[in-house]
Each structure stands twice: as C-alpha cells, then as structure tokens.
Ligand binder design. Structure first.
Ligand SMILES: Nc1ccn([C@@H]2O[C@@H]3COP(=O)(O)O[C@H]3[C@H]2O)c(=O)n1
Ligand SMILES: [Zn+2]
Ligand SMILES: [Zn+2]
Length: 244
C-alpha cells in the first residue's frame, strides 16, 4: 500500500512565505492530518479540501504552528457539519492540550472537555498504533523543549516523520541500519544554533546514505538560498503531492 504526503505548509514557526509544517497523509481509503497549526484552515481552503474529508488529526506536540488551528477545526466540524473529528494524541498531551491551549476559547456550557469536541484516541509511545487498515504509526518521543513532550512518527515501519526535535543521529542511524527505514522527513533550522531544532549543518554530518533519504521541512523563508548547500538532501515543497 503506497502512502502519499501533501504538506499544507513546510515553514518554521515564524515563516511567512511558507505555512505551518502540517501534512496530509493519504492511503487509498484514509486521510490523516498530521498537526493542525494556525495556518492549516487557510491552506486546506486553498487546496480545496473540506474538513469532513479528513478522517483524523494527529498531533505531534503543543506549539501553535502544530495545534493553533484546532479550535477552528473543531468549532466548524461541530457547527457546520455536526461532527466530532477523530483526534490521535499521546496520552501525555490530552490534559495539556485542553487545559493549556483549547479551554480558553472553547469552553462553554456544552463544552467542558476535549472529548466534547473531539473523538479522542490516546496513542501510546513505542508501540504500533493501527490508524487505518493500511496505516500503522509508532510514536517516538524525541527531544524538543525540555519538559515538553514531542513525538516523531514512524509510519508503517519504514518512513520517519520528525516532530520538531533536536539532532538525534543515533536514532536516525538505528532506524536506517536496524529498522529498515527508507525515507526520512526531517525538520531543519537553516542557520544559527539549533537549541530546540536540528540544524542543516548537523544533518550534513550524517553519512551520505542517510542524507540521501532525507527530505527537509519546517524551514525558514530563506530556504531557496540553501538548496545548493543541502548536499543530497532535498527540500519538501508545500502543496505538492509526494508518493512515499
Ligand atoms: N526554548 C525555545 C522555545 C521556543 N523557541 C521558538 O519558538 C518556536 C515555537 O514553535 P517551534 O516550531 O517549536 O519553533 C520554536 C522556536 O522558534 C525557541 O527558539 N526556543
Ligand atoms: Zn514547529
Ligand atoms: Zn515546536
């Protein structure tokens, strides 16, 4: 079963030319939205994708470029379409997503918890979660902000999709050399110290066979200046459809 990926955006948190780094992952019979940031509703509108066409949303971590569009998504599904979207989320993030992010805007007499606006499906890390008949996802907790859980995704035991994360060369080597990973979608910070992200220079330090399978995403507006500096790595483009 082939997967297809269409990014709603490929930009970093503060990019303006590129939308938030959120993606539509398609199987033949299922559409999963990976992260739903501030710009996700606009990008979906531009692509002509209506909200009910999305079978489920999966959240990697709680930053506005990954969850800032959830309020609009949930309100519109409730009031325009009379439906509750399916939300896959780490069990550790259910409380914080409601208490720290959505409660302020969404709470009212009839809405007092995340479950009132989403059909919540808790994901456990380190094990295979069956999302649809042909899509399995393992959540791998990867370091981003200290004390703030963030989860990268291993799709169908062969494709790595990074959440926002600091450089983890040992994980990437283990996935490629021991777990048959054949494609990597990786966030990148093009200049400056990474701190909470992975820099282009760090990714350039990986062995060439790993670099050749990397597609870069979550980049800043000056991405075009780095196309020739990324070696074998390629830049993922928003709104283009990729067969994985
Ligand atoms: N310790 C931190 C925390 C946050 N940030 C910036 O805020 C952004 C939040 O979304 P992001 O995509 O994770 O990128 C983060 C950093 O740009 C940062 O640079 N350092
Ligand atoms: Zn981000
Ligand atoms: Zn983040």
């Amino acid at each position: 079963m082939t997967l297809r990926l269409q990014m709603l955006g490929t930009g970093g948190a503060f990019a303006k030319k590129y939308y938030n780094n959120n993606g539509l992952l398609y199987t033949d019979d299922f559409t999963l939205l990976i992260d739903c940031g501030i710009t996700a509703p606009t990008s979906l509108h531009q692509l002509g994708v209506s909200l009910p066409e999305i079978d489920a949303i999966l959240i990697t971590h709680i930053h506005a470029d990954h969850v800032g569009g959830l309020e609009e998504f949930a309100f519109r599904m409730k009031y325009e379409f009379g439906r509750k979207p399916v939300l896959y989320i780490s069990e550790k993030l259910i409380g914080p997503l409601w208490e720290n992010t959505l409660k302020g805007g969404m709470s009212q007499e009839t809405i007092t918890s995340l479950e009132d606006v989403f059909e919540v499906r808790a994901l456990k890390e380190g094990m295979l979660n069956q999302i649809s008949p042909s899509l399995q996802i393992e959540m791998i907790q990867t370091p981003h902000i200290p004390g703030k859980p963030s989860y990268s995704l291993y799709l169908n035991n062969e494709i790595f999709y990074s959440a926002d994360m600091t450089f983890q060369p040992d994980l990437l080597k283990e996935l490629v050399y021991e777990r048959h990973c054949r494609k990597i979608f990786h966030e990148v910070q093009l200049v400056g110290p990474g701190e909470v992200h992975t820099t282009l220079d760090e990714l350039l330090s990986l062995p060439v066979d790993i670099r050749s399978m990397i597609w870069l995403m979550h980049y800043n507006d000056n991405m075009e200046d780095f196309i020739k500096k990324a070696g074998e790595m390629k830049f993922l483009r928003q709104h283009e459809m990729y067969t994985l």
